[in-house]
Ligand binder design. Structure first.
Ligand code: ADP
Length: 305
């Protein structure tokens, strides 16, 4: 049984909201409701009754996602949590247009996703940076693919490297950078293509705690400055509460939306903040039920093997 939610964490139904925010305003207003809501007619992303099955080796189907209904508003920071194998990455790949749903609709700006597009970009843990290119050349790479003129590319490289505080490292090679700096290069490269939607798949999971804290601060600031829509997948509930306007919890296989939580904590937030910890604890209680299910299934599979 899940316990009823207490303030400052509030479970919310899916609804038409758009969040506008300014970190400066939140600083002045700490302790108050952090997000300013405006109703929006069209969500940025919309998943309607989306299911996805994978064909397995034995010609069986593995239902990874089942009847997902989810809306993400323009400028919203949505975090998705759930036990390993519940379909979090699959969900991001669907939105990115890298996978095709078995049924249902995946819409961006009310238009069906037909495949990858420059309006959505996926950032993942492995980063995919090119080690033979400099920092600036890596950031420039996506823009070259879009045939953007050289002066424009150079201006954008300067702008986005400054945004992630790496402009002094523009001529460095990737191997000369720390893990946190590489992650910031990947972020600058993604932002430089000016996508509306950033899809982030456990981007900070491999980083040490201190670097991750710094990147949380940077990402929150960049999000506030650029007004991007972010869908952020993590297995770390506290990270989700630290960053998200809303946290969606998926069930263990098949992945379904178990519950949504509106996070009304003032920004900027900190991982160690008592309210962040309290809200994370409540979500973790719900998540534990799903983790137990996954363990039971693993044991069941072992027993039948
Ligand atoms: P998560 O990101 O939550 O760990 P995934 O989206 O990676 O989960 O995977 C969901 C389920 O789908 C898992 O059981 C995984 O083994 C399975 N799966 C993922 N990709 C494939 C694939 N290409 N073919 C078959 N099964 C897959």
């Amino acid at each position: 049984m899940t316990s009823p939610l207490r303030k400052p964490l509030v479970a919310v139904p899916v609804e038409n909201r758009v969040y506008h925010r300014s970190l400066a305003a939140h600083r002045e207003d700490r302790g108050a409701i952090a997000t300013h809501d405006h109703f929006s007619r069209t969500p940025k992303l919309s998943l309607r009754n989306v299911s996805l099955s994978y064909a397995t080796n034995s010609h069986n189907q593995l239902v990874a996602l089942k009847n997902i209904n989810l809306q993400v508003q323009t400028g919203e920071f949505l975090c998705i949590v759930g036990p390993s194998g519940c379909g979090k990455s699959t969900l991001l790949h669907l939105i990115a247009g890298l996978h095709q749903q078995s049924s249902g609709d995946v819409l961006v700006d009310n238009t069906a996703v037909q495949g990858p597009g420059t309006d959505r970009i996926l950032i993942f843990q492995e980063l995919g940076l090119f080690p033979w290119l400099t920092v600036a050349q890596n950031v420039e790479f996506g823009m070259r693919m879009k045939n953007i003129s050289r002066p424009q590319r150079e201006a954008k490289v300067r702008e986005y490297l400054r945004l992630v505080h790496l402009h002094q490292f523009k001529d460095n090679c990737i191997h000369q950078l720390s893990g946190g700096m590489r992650q910031r290069v990947a972020l600058a490269r993604a932002l430089a293509t000016e996508p509306d939607v950033l899809l982030m798949d456990e981007p900070f999971a491999a980083l040490d705690a201190q670097t991750r804290d710094l990147l949380h601060d940077e990402l929150e600031r960049i999000w506030a400055e650029t007004q991007r829509t972010i869908v952020f997948v993590t297995h770390n509930v506290r990270e989700a509460v630290r960053l998200g306007d809303r946290v969606v919890l998926l069930t263990f296989r098949p992945g379904q939306v178990k519950r949504e939580y509106r996070i009304d904590l003032a920004r900027p937030r900190h991982l160690e903040d008592v309210h962040v910890a309290g809200s994370a604890r409540e979500i973790l209680n719900d998540l534990r039920e799903e983790i137990n299910e996954s363990i039971e299934e693993e044991y069941g599979l072992e027993a039948n093997a």
